[in-house]
Design a protein around this ligand. Structure first.
Ligand SMILES: C[S@@+](CC[C@H](N)C(=O)[O-])C[C@H]1O[C@@H](n2cnc3c(N)ncnc32)[C@H](O)[C@@H]1O
Length: 296
């Protein structure tokens, strides 16, 4: 999975950071909303930092004592950090982590062996289900050392990247061994696991926030098409309705689950187009919240 994500992250052109300027400003705005309420910020965590193209790291680091960047792809984070001045670099901690926890249960090896052997779809789904049931325990073990550690925890467009694309890519190498309905059954199993991964991640990282801390998330919701513009311009309710038809399932699960964890009276929600590449614009939702009292 790490190789897959690394290749995705490396597959970017030199223009990307420039193309993402407006997106980065929106992301900075989410943090500014917290800085305006919280005078002293010690530790900030960003999960899914990757190439850091959506982050103004110098600015963010200037606002806190230490900035923890989490990602499965350490190389991309290192490259981003190496371009920074010394005083900023000193504030940055890189955390190489598979936030799904699947590496801890040797999921990739096991699933690959099953697919190679051409095991029955129902056995594969059964195995995937067993892993789903172990996620909370595994996730606790990988995040426990960060619990109650951060004034701000943010997730950077990670919901849509978690597990599923990698799993489908792996399955395509073995798909000719399976009837269409069996392959569909396996994909459904993957979808269930993905949804549980997203919810478990939200749960674990919300535990990493200090009692009075903030929880920020932003996520691509859907690929913008010209015919969606009228609906998008109607505002948030229309956008959520549109996203539930044509949006990314993982993003919907992640946002819905996030909204269940935070205090509605302190919530701030924004949306903007993210110029992802020359051919793609994503409608992105950004949210700033605080955990409900007694949530943890
Ligand atoms: C769309 S990118 C977010 C943009 C990123 N901040 C940037 O500017 O390059 C999502 C990030 O999630 C990371 N990611 C995907 N699956 C992961 C996993 N299982 N554990 C940790 N990070 C993961 C990817 O490596 C990628 O850097």
């Amino acid at each position: 999975m790490e190789t897959f994500q690394r290749e995705m992250n490396h597959n970017r052109d030199e223009l990307r950071r420039t193309r993402w300027t407006q997106h980065r400003k929106q992301v900075t705005g989410l943090f500014d909303a917290v800085f305006s309420k919280k005078a002293i910020v010690e530790k900030v965590a960003i999960v899914g930092a990757g190439n850091c193209d959506d982050l103004d790291i110098e600015y963010l680091a200037s606002k806190c004592s230490s900035l923890y960047l989490f990602d499965i792809d350490r190389g991309s984070m290192e490259k981003a950090r190496n371009n920074l001045p010394d005083y900023t670099r000193k504030k940055i901690q890189l955390v190489e982590i598979d936030v799904t926890g699947l590496d801890k249960v040797m999921f990739e090896d096991h699933l690959t062996s099953m697919l190679k052997r051409g095991d029955r779809a129902e056995d594969i789904v059964q195995y995937v289900k067993e892993i789903e049931n172990r996620l909370t325990q595994v996730s606790d073990s990988i995040f426990a050392s960060y619990y109650n550690g951060f004034d701000i925890v943010a997730t950077s467009a990670i919901y849509t990247q978690l597990f599923y694309n990698w799993a489908i890519d792996l399955l395509t190498h073995f798909e000719n061994q399976y009837q269409e309905n069996d392959a569909a059954e396996i994909k459904d199993g993957f979808l269930d696991l993905r949804d549980q991964i997203v919810r478990t991640l939200n749960h674990s990282i919300s535990k990493c926030i200090k009692e009075d801390g903030f929880y920020i998330t932003w996520s691509d919701m859907l690929k913008i098409e010209p015919e969606y513009m009228e609906t998008i311009n109607e505002g948030l309710n229309a956008i959520f309705a549109l996203a539930s038809n044509v949006g990314y399932g993982a993003a919907l699960i992640g946002i819905k689950d996030y909204l269940g964890k935070v205090d509605k009276s302190e919530l701030s929600l924004r949306y903007w187009p993210w110029d992802f590449n020359a051919n793609k614009q994503y409608l992105t939702i950004g949210i700033i919240g605080r955990l409900k009292e007694g949530y943890k």
